[in-house]
Design a protein around this ligand. Structure first.
Ligand code: MCA
Ligand code: AMP
Length: 507
């Protein structure tokens, strides 16, 4: 047995002096230096008692050492579990108790807060970034060579949590084969080579920034301009020396809003890729008019990595997500019966292939609900194929808001609101937003005779949930619109609030 993910992404770069990560301070980390650092960190993992199959929870800043920690986890046979740096303690508590990690790695500035959680869960705590990063210090004195732990293709490489319609987040179990097969397909399809330089401005705790962007670059030996965060000024400076950009639609609408974003600065660029949320056809058209480049839109999920892509050579059609990736089947079915629908009809998108995850961590019932026995995964996205095979996502059967590329399930916010004294019920939904694609709105119904203090309500939500989940506005209504089955009609609310969006202030 070997460790094919480690071998293909990392070990193959042994002795490779080419640039891998170029950081904001100008420092460049070569592939060879990176590999040695990852091995030093793998020793720290082993010394910390991390055994193959153990989870490592990582809520850390975007640093070269954080990517080296990912590589180290793969080399040591551990399961990498990255978490959004915006998560509050209340949110973290759930992930840690559910995943039962052997090790938690956090920003050294958050150490005091996380210590209690680590003690309660029996996990060791180490830190990256900030004043006194214990993991980095421990790694400095370790050997630069580590004996790679054998892993089978079906062994877990990562556990990524996705929010759920029922409120509780589910850990998607991703195998070595899931990650490697998808990276290989994307490198071939999008033509990644070691002559490419990717502008990386995404967070590294989600599929998009960690797997789609990093695994492809690693596999091809490309250079990565590793930006701490999305910053228009820096991107404009980097574009003339780069060939690739991957982003959520907000990246592209923000670039278009900047006068400095011209055809000239994009002259060296080979490809702009968009995903995680729908790219408006008007953004696609405006981008082409401004730069001459047609953005390539693709479609993926945490559970499946990437499923479809517009062609690299061939028509990149606005408003569509292209065709199924080679080796992956993407079908549209009748949501009631699961039977495939004739071309042109709208139905549930289902996906099967080596990219599809192994199931939800310790949730066999949820896994059985969404992953069929015939191995098709029911995405919850509604789609339609054109006559010539382009897939469009026309809606979602799941009650989901996507804001700036981050997924937010209304139920999580509604549960908090409904628990607040004086609130009878609530409905949370998304309305179109120029910057984030969708913005979150909460409508509240008060209990008879109750006076609601909107600021206090917003404060309660702020204490419990990450910033990107906070409603942008709250509305007080006498009742929620319901259909004959008693189900809240969010589409009606969405229409009403889209019209009065401009007159609504934040609380
Ligand atoms: C920041 N804020 C947000 C968001 N981001 N609010 C709602 N939605 C957001 N996405 C808050 C900030 O905390 C701030 O609050 C205020 O909005 C304005 O922040 P701003 O400085 O404008 O934002 P930013 O820091 O520039 O971030 C915007 C961003 C970022 C660059 C679009 O959200 C981002 O990097 N998104 C990428 C998400 C991503 O990687 N998704 C992939 C998931 P305040 O005013 O209180 O300070 S993987 C996936 O979906 C699948 C697999 C796939 O297909 O890829
Ligand atoms: P996540 O749970 O973060 O993995 O997000 C996956 C969801 O993002 C999908 O189920 C889709 O609803 C959405 N998504 C990803 N890419 C696209 C895209 N190109 N167009 C529309 N929706 C997308």
């Amino acid at each position: 047995m070997t460790n094919s993910l480690y071998d293909s992404l990392f070990a193959c770069h042994k002795g490779n002096e080419a640039s891998f990560l170029q950081l904001d301070d100008g420092q460049v980390v070569s592939y060879d230096v990176f590999l040695k650092r990852a091995s030093q960190i793998a020793h720290v993992l082993q010394n910390s008692g991390v055994s193959p199959g153990d989870r490592i929870v990582v809520q850390a800043p975007k640093l070269a050492d954080t990517i080296a920690l990912y590589a180290a986890a793969v080399q040591a046979g551990a399961v990498y579990l990255p978490l959004n740096t915006a998560y509050t303690m209340a949110e973290l508590e759930y992930f840690i108790s559910d995943a039962q990690p052997a090790l938690i790695v956090c920003d050294s500035n958050d150490k005091v807060e996380l210590e209690q959680l680590a003690v309660r869960s029996g996990a060791k705590l180490l830190t990256l970034g900030g004043e006194n990063p214990s993991l980095s210090h421990e790694a400095d004195v370790q050997p630069c060579v580590f004996e790679t732990v054998d892993r089978a293709p079906e062994d877990l490489a990562a556990l990524l949590y996705t929010s759920g319609t029922t409120g509780r987040s589910k850990g998607a179990m991703l195998s070595h084969r899931n990650l490697l097969s998808n990276a290989q397909t994307l490198v071939d399809l999008w033509g990644f080579t070691n002559a490419d330089c990717l502008i990386h401005a995404l967070p590294i705790f989600h599929t998009h920034g960690l797997f789609v962007a990093m695994n492809t670059s690693l596999l091809a030996g490309s250079k990565v301009r590793f930006m701490e965060k999305f910053d228009i000024g820096v991107i404009l400076e980097e574009l003339p020396h780069s060939t690739l950009l991957m982003g959520v639609p907000t990246f592209y609408s923000r670039l278009l809003a900047d006068e400095g974003f011209t055809k000239e600065v994009t002259g060296n660029m080979r490809l702009f890729i968009s995903g995680s949320a729908p790219l408006l056809a008007e953004t696609h058209a405006a981008f082409e008019t401004r730069t001459g480049h047609r953005i390539l839109e693709r479609y993926g999920m945490t559970e499946t990595n990437m499923n479809t892509s517009n062609p690299y050579s061939g028509e990149r059609r606005a408003g569509t997500v292209g065709m199924a990736l080679p080796g992956t089947e993407v079908i549209v079915t009748n949501p009631e019966t699961g039977e495939p629908l004739p071309q042109g009809e709208v139905g549930m998108i289902e996906v099967r292939g080596p990219n599809v995850f192994k199931g939800y961590w310790q949730m066999p019932e949820k896994t059985a609900e969404e992953l069929r026995e015939n191995e098709f995964f029911i995405t919850g996205d509604l789609g339609q194929y054109s006559e010539d095979g382009y897939l469009s996502i026309v809606g979602r059967s799941k009650d989901l808001i996507i804001t700036g590329g981050y997924n937010v399930y209304p139920k999580e916010i509604e549960d908090i609101l409904n628990d607040i004294s004086g609130i009878l019920e609530s409905a949370v939904f998304g309305v179109p937003d120029k910057d984030f694609g969708e913005a979150i709105i909460a409508t509240l119904v008060a209990e008879p005779g109750a006076q609601l203090d909107m600021e206090e309500i917003a404060g309660t939500v702020k204490d419990r949930l990450s910033r990107f989940k906070h409603p942008r506005a709250y509305g007080l209504v006498s009742g929620l619109p319901r259909n004959t089955m008693g189900k809240v009609q969010k589409n009606v609310l969405r229409e009403q609030y889209t019209q009065k969006e401009l007159t609504m202030g934040a609380p």
